[in-house]
Design a protein around this ligand. Sequence first.
Ligand code: TRP
Length: 459
Amino acid sequence: MSAGNERGVWSSKMGFILAAAGSAIGLGNIWKFPYITYQNHGGAFVLVYLFGIAAIGMPIMVAEMMVGRRTQKNAVGAFRELGGGKWKFVGALGVITGFILLSYYSVVAGWTLEYFLKSVNGAFEGLTESEVGAEFGAFVGDPFKQIFWHFIFMALTVGVVIAGVAKGIERVTKALMPMLFIIMLILVIQSFMTGGGGQALHFLFRPSFSELTVDSVLEAVGHSFFTLSLGMGAIVTYGSYMGKGDSLPKSALVVCGLDTLIALMACLVIYPIIFSFNLVPTRSAGILFTTLPVIFTKMPGGALFGPLFFILVAFAALTSTISLLEVVVAYFIDELKWKRQQATLILGGAIFAIGILPALSNGAVASLSTVNILGKRSTGGIFNTFDYLVSNWMLTVGGLLIAIFVGWRLSQNLKDEEFHKGEQTIFHYKMWDFLLKFVAPLAVALIVIAVIFLGKEFN
Ligand code: TRP
């Protein structure tokens, strides 16, 4: 009974859609997508990515929503109820993944707050790109600042989640998501004024398939998972607060559409500026924290658009961190009968504590920054090790198991019934079931095989 009271429900259909879109839209869209698209030469990579979203991401998103909405339970409870003791491990894997992912995601999210303040104060005025780069290096290597901003971001996340599903998560996402969209639109327009818009569109939407490699196909598909918050029960958890009559295919269509729109818009903010200033962004963090701050000091209105941009990224990150924490909190509320307040504070505190390791592993503490437990090219330092494990292993294996579970294990009746509640769309049941049974597991299995047998690293 007490657990029932501690759980929640969205107060409206829009509640789920905005919260799920908020979860999906994050650093993956604004930071990661523009730079991996750049590295993979645009056009053809974007097409494969769109295919990944539509043919793999969307079906799995419906599957996750279905498991959550049907059972009205957290990830572990939901899989146990529908699949028995064996399958509850898929949910448990999700809870653990959420724990680890949040611990380092919050570190990068914290950087956006520092950069917001810096750009408000005009700290980049008159600096060259290499000076800003050096400053970034010094910042991520500053132990006090890294722990401080990580703490602030976790505190903000806890502050939202502790207030509950409707009063916390839904209220905050309803306020932030429209703002995020408006700021993004303003920035796209401003960015096009630099004159690099044509080149940016050309780069994004003119595919040249000769530049597409097997690796970039796998990376595009893998990223479609990360960006949609799939594979770890986040959408199961949010789906568990959904109304019984809401349409699953329609909600998935809208959430995937919004996520894709924001990812493309992020490119249309970043690329025109970069092209018009003739810059070659090379490093990942470089685009956001080195290249852009310099450009904002040079472009008209930059004193306003710089801070706007960084607060936008912070909003996007916050609506993602709250869903990560909610996955973990919901498990403790449902299964262990904790109170929401207690669960949020203790787990938020624990994730903050674990996150100190990645926070100090970008230069602050030498041993944490260089230790390479897995011995891979991209896994030097705790931060990179966590990201490698989550992006390559945990989300993909989780997603594969979810696709197999809903595709092959759930009864046709149950799926049929859940799918057909609420409004229907062009995304038909037969198509969904086919994609989920065959296309999604095959594509994801290929990624897992590439990671295991070919030693691929996507992060
Ligand atoms: N989708 C988020 C982003 O693009 C990151 C993410 C991955 C995530 N899995 C998640 C967020 C689960 C919340 C829950 O930045």
